[in-house]
Design a protein around this ligand. Structure first.
Ligand code: CUA
Length: 159
């Protein structure tokens, strides 16, 4: 065997390796998109930030039961979240609509992929199915003022 055919074999092996990695990356991207479905926040509308507390859906922060699922209209404000006490059933899909009446806040649910930047006047939508019972804390991870560190709420997932 001459040197050329040995080099060709190496090159072929590396080309196949490269093509194989491209396939792996495409599969990983697909898996990420499928597994994170719902947890990527969508901007679904706008409200007048100064009217969030007095008009429209967010003036009445609440958990609504829709069939076996839930829709939550939520305010992230300085310094807390409304509704303060959220209770849902394990395995149900929970869709959150969130906005802020004042400044930028975070909406991060621990042990999930949910991590939203809540912009005053912008309505963000995210969904989550909670497959384990227990308490999930909601944390603000955007610095929003003196009470930022204590801006915590919770979701209770029941059997
Ligand atoms: Cu709200 Cu930090």
């Amino acid at each position: 065997m001459d040197d050329h055919s040995i080099i060709e074999r190496y090159e072929r092996a590396w080309i196949f390796f490269g093509l194989g990695m491209i396939v792996v990356f495409i599969l990983l991207i697909g898996y990420t998109l499928v597994s994170s479905r719902g947890s990527i926040p969508l901007a679904v509308g706008q409200v007048n930030a100064s009217e969030v507390r007095t008009q429209g859906e967010f003036a009445n922060p609440r958990v609504e039961k829709v069939g076996r699922d839930y829709v939550v209209y939520m305010q992230a404000f300085a310094f807390g979240y409304l509704p303060a006490d959220i209770r849902v059933k394990k395995g149900a899909k929970v869709t959150f609509y969130i906005t802020s009446p004042d400044v930028l806040h975070g909406f991060n649910i621990e042990r999930t992929n949910i991590n939203v930047e809540v912009i005053p006047g912008e309505i963000a939508k995210v969904s989550q199915v909670f497959n384990q019972t227990g308490e999930y804390r909601i944390l603000c991870n955007e610095y929003c003022g003196i009470g930022h560190a204590s801006m915590i709420s919770k979701i209770t997932v029941e059997e």
